[in-house]
Design a protein around this ligand. Structure first.
Ligand code: ZN
Length: 177
């Protein structure tokens, strides 16, 4: 028997870069990786994930202080990070507005072709680039040089490794550090 159609109960989903179709209801807020039918693991991000999933809260505060956001979001956050990733890898990241689906606890969903570890590295790389750009536009040449020097010694892979080890990413109740 066909279910009656109830407003707000549309099963929102999206087609992944690999071609598989996934329903938002298969993805809960605590999920970081999706084991896909295609055999690959795809990174999953929702708008309820704090940006501190990727970088320390102190850095998030700095980004908020230095970044103008030209959209509906009040301050720099996870949607901006994923927006940057999509700009770099338009073919590899899909997103969906699932706010109409009353059964999922988030409004925006992103799924990447690559896994959450690779996504993490990309986000950190893009944040570093963004900060380099911001610093290079300051009048303070010595601060700029100092930052560049710090970044030359910064190892993205090592940072991500350590950051992920320090925080339990499988924990659904993960809170901003
Ligand atoms: Zn897949």
């Amino acid at each position: 028997m066909a279910e009656p159609s109830v407003p707000g109960s549309d099963d929102a989903g999206l087609t992944l870069p690999c071609g598989e179709r996934v329903s938002a209801r298969q993805i809960d807020m605590g999920m970081r990786d999706l084991d896909c039918d295609c055999g690959e693991t795809h990174a999953v991000v929702t708008d309820v994930h704090p940006p501190s999933r990727f970088v320390p809260e102190t850095l998030v505060q700095q980004l908020r202080a230095t970044t103008e956001t030209a959209d509906d979001f009040e301050e720099f956050g996870t949607p901006h990070m994923l927006g940057m990733v999509r700009e770099e890898f338009p073919e590899a990241v899909v997103s969906s507005d699932v706010s109409e689906d009353g059964q999922v606890g988030y409004a925006l969903l992103w799924v990447a072709d690559f896994d959450s570890r690779r996504l993490h590295e990309i986000v950190v790389e893009l944040v570093v680039e963004m900060m380099e750009h911001a610093v290079s536009h300051t009048e303070n040449a010595s601060a700029s040089r100092e930052f560049e020097e710090q970044m030359r010694q910064f190892d993205v892979g090592e940072f991500v490794e350590r950051y992920r080890a320090e925080r339990d990413f499988e924990d659904e109740h993960d809170e901003p550090a």
